[in-house]
Design a binder for this molecule. Sequence first.
Ligand SMILES: Nc1ncnc2c1ncn2[C@@H]1O[C@H](COP(=O)(O)OP(=O)(O)O)[C@@H](O)[C@H]1O
Ligand SMILES: [Mg+2]
Length: 474
Amino acid sequence: MTELRIGRPNDKQRLMLEARTKHIGFGGARGGGKSWAVRTKAKLLALRYPGIKILIVRRTYPELINNHIQILRTELAGVAAYNDTDKVLRFGNGSRIHFTYCAKDQDLDRLQGMEYDVIFLDEATQLSEYQMKTITACLRGVNKFPKRIYYTCNPGGQGHGYIKRIFIDKKYEAGEDPEDYTFIQSLVTDNRVLMESQPDYIRQLEALPEKLRKAWLEGDWDIFEGQFFEDFRTSPDLQACAKAGLEPEEARKLRLWTHVIEPFAPPIGWKLYRSFDWGYSKPFSCAWWAVDYDGRIYRILELYGCTREPNEGVKWTPDEVFKRIRETEDSHPWLRGRSIEGVADPAIWDESGGVSIAETAERYRVYFSPGDHQRIPGWMQCHYRLQFDEHGLPMMYVFDSCKAFLRTVPLMVYDEHRPEDLDTDLEDHVCDEWRYMCMARPIKPVPRQEPTVIGADPLDQYAGNRRVRRLPGF
Ligand SMILES: Nc1ncnc2c1ncn2[C@@H]1O[C@H](COP(=O)(O)OP(=O)(O)O)[C@@H](O)[C@H]1O
Ligand SMILES: [Mg+2]
């Protein structure tokens, strides 16, 4: 006889396992043990109700494999057999767990005419309201099995608004019975196993800028509005200066608690990068970066725009853009004769319009590697770069001559439909190219802590030396 171990739920997971309403929301934050609860509940239902039909949904197939299929196959070896063709785990008692993914609306076609007794939408907020409703319309069948839909969720994602309405705001529409809905909040701090096994995970969440931290660590669903880069500072933070006993002007000279600094010639040993985003119908953005010996990046130069002359309204051709880049790299004293690594939007290799943008660039000896264009991890890297360490130093600076960055980055706001992303209708090319740069040299966040900067006591030689030694570019 094969023995199946189910494991021990934490207190929040227990509430989820015991919930009996038709719609059950679970989680509301990162790392709350949601996928574990999905797998466990699916196993319990399959064993308790012989013949039951269960569906587990994730947005993408790789996520489905990694979070569910592989783990369940291993855990249920000898109890249920998996068939990869129809993606079904069949139990000896006739129960079945089906798996499907829904990255786009066409994926819903596979569900036509299907019937399930219990449906799990793992990370439901990554699906749209339309996708969730189409999938849950498959909840039917004439039998005595429970009929339930489980939604695990995080703030953010295209389904944010819908999940927030039914589980957080609890504003119900005609045809929706409030009694049918249960929401159980589970935060990472409720997940003891994860807290113990991966203390780094919570540190990463704590290091996020305030709005994202409130969303993903504390489960706050109200935060995605306003400025996307609230953490970008064009002048030293006054509070931090006051705490350290420094005048803002003094802090600015020391490059503390600010991201914008006066230009200087990057030392010859620093590595140089060029990041690039091509605007098909909008401006392109090209920036040059220097990397100091601590891995800190400096945006030193940029080339941005689309018009030949101000207000002329004529878009530069790719040839004109790369000719200008070539000229800049051949003549600018900071760049001339130095090796420069390029990273660009992977879309520039697209050949469907004839000669790709990348090929045109090569004609001018402007070479790029394809950038990593994952958006959310990319934005995380941008945020990590902007964090100040306990001395007030960030991992990136922008020269005050980089006008496109200074003008466009503060304008970015959260997207209405995908709230943890920025609104791509805005002038976001600088941000995209900055993101490729950050993804080319990913860093770890610094742990959140109070600044402990040493006061500016001229007699305190140790403090003075320490500060100067740590400062980049001196
Ligand atoms: N009750 C539990 N017992 C053992 N491990 C657990 C339990 N709950 C969660 N875990 C583990 O904690 C980690 C995070 O849980 P997971 O369910 O993946 O979180 P989420 O889906 O909310 O991000 C996983 O490694 C998972 O296996
Ligand atoms: Mg999960």
